[in-house]
Design a protein around this ligand. Structure first.
Ligand code: NAD
Length: 269
């Protein structure tokens, strides 16, 4: 049972202040059907992060067993292209739209749910599944759900025949319209650097924040996990929403134990 006094305190704090930074992790999208990273039904319980979460691991797996990589891609895309924003995402959009607050969403998620819900200032620290990047010239292209649904049709077709896997498997990734190089998903795999522009903008937003909301992140991943401490040091009120205590919970000003989809609509009505 969530303490009503904490809900009231969080709501009043948010309504009084203008500059709000929000750090989200995979927990905010759990109620939309996207499993969290380390949760029981998490992706990395089924596929090892060394093999499927790194570029060398993926290349090696592909050489050994292309069917497994295609099935992995299909599993992942099916979940992300079906997901819809839940009441937690929608409440954060309301903060910007109804209450006219200056909101920066700093997310570790690669899904598109904050944007679909209606937040306009979203910094994606770990990249974006709905964007491709050329490995040769760095050109980036935004893609939408329709593009990915068509791509999934292609993957299912390839999987339908062992011959197609051998013949067409090598041409799975699209080509850059600028230079003909290979376009890869513009997401940060394990061991890769974060996008520097997004990270710099995140520091600026955190330094300007009067309130910081920390939602659905275990705080295991650097450097995103330094942001709540930075906000606190700068004098912001830090509010955390999570069904479980995390490394942040003893430091924050208000810890609300509960699911994002249940708590956020109550603090942002
Ligand atoms: P994590 O798995 O380490 O932690 C998830 C946190 O969410 C936990 O603290 C858990 O208690 C909490 N949680 C679970 N259900 C919740 C709910 N309904 N409401 C609020 N909180 C809830 O995830 P992380 O800290 O985001 O770090 C893992 C990495 O995994 C990130 O880098 C991210 O890029 C990646 N990832 C992204 C997605 C996505 O895009 N949706 C999904 C899985 C993993």
């Amino acid at each position: 049972m969530v303490d009503q006094k904490l809900i009231d305190l969080a709501r009043e704090t948010l309504l009084k202040k203008t500059n709000i930074a929000v750090l989200t992790g995979s927990g905010i999208s759990a109620e939309s059907g996207i499993p969290t990273f380390r949760g029981e039904d998490g992706l990395w319980k089924k596929y090892s992060p060394e093999e499927f979460g790194t570029v060398p691991g993926l290349l090696l797996q592909f050489a050994k067993n292309p069917r497994r990589i295609i099935e992995f891609a299909l599993n992942l895309l099916e979940v992300f292209t079906k997901a819809q924003p839940n009441p937690g995402h929608i409440a954060l959009a309301r903060l910007e739209q109804k209450y006219r607050k200056n909101v920066t969403i700093i997310t570790q998620n690669i899904d598109d749910l904050h944007e679909i819900a209606g937040n306009t200032n979203v910094l994606k620290l770990h990249g974006d599944l709905f964007r491709l990047r050329c490995i040769k010239c760095g050109h980036r292209e935004k893609i939408d759900r329709e593009y990915l649904e068509n791509y999934m049709k292609k993957l299912r077709d390839i999987l339908s025949s062992p011959l197609k896997i051998v013949k067409e498997g090598k041409e799975l990734l699209p080509r850059c319209p600028e230079c003909g190089g290979i376009m890869r998903p513009d997401v940060v795999f394990f061991g890769e650097a974060l996008p520097q522009k997004e990270l710099s903008l995140a520091y600026i937003a955190v330094d300007a924040a009067e309130v910081m909301l920390v939602i659905g992140t275990s705080g295991e991943v650097y450097p995103a996990n330094t942001l709540p401490y930075r906000a606190k040091q700068n004098g912001a009120t830090v509010i955390e929403v999570n069904p479980q205590r995390t490394i942040f919970s003893d430091m924050v000003d208000i810890f609300i134990e509960g699911k994002a989809g249940e708590v956020l609509p109550r603090i942002i009505p």
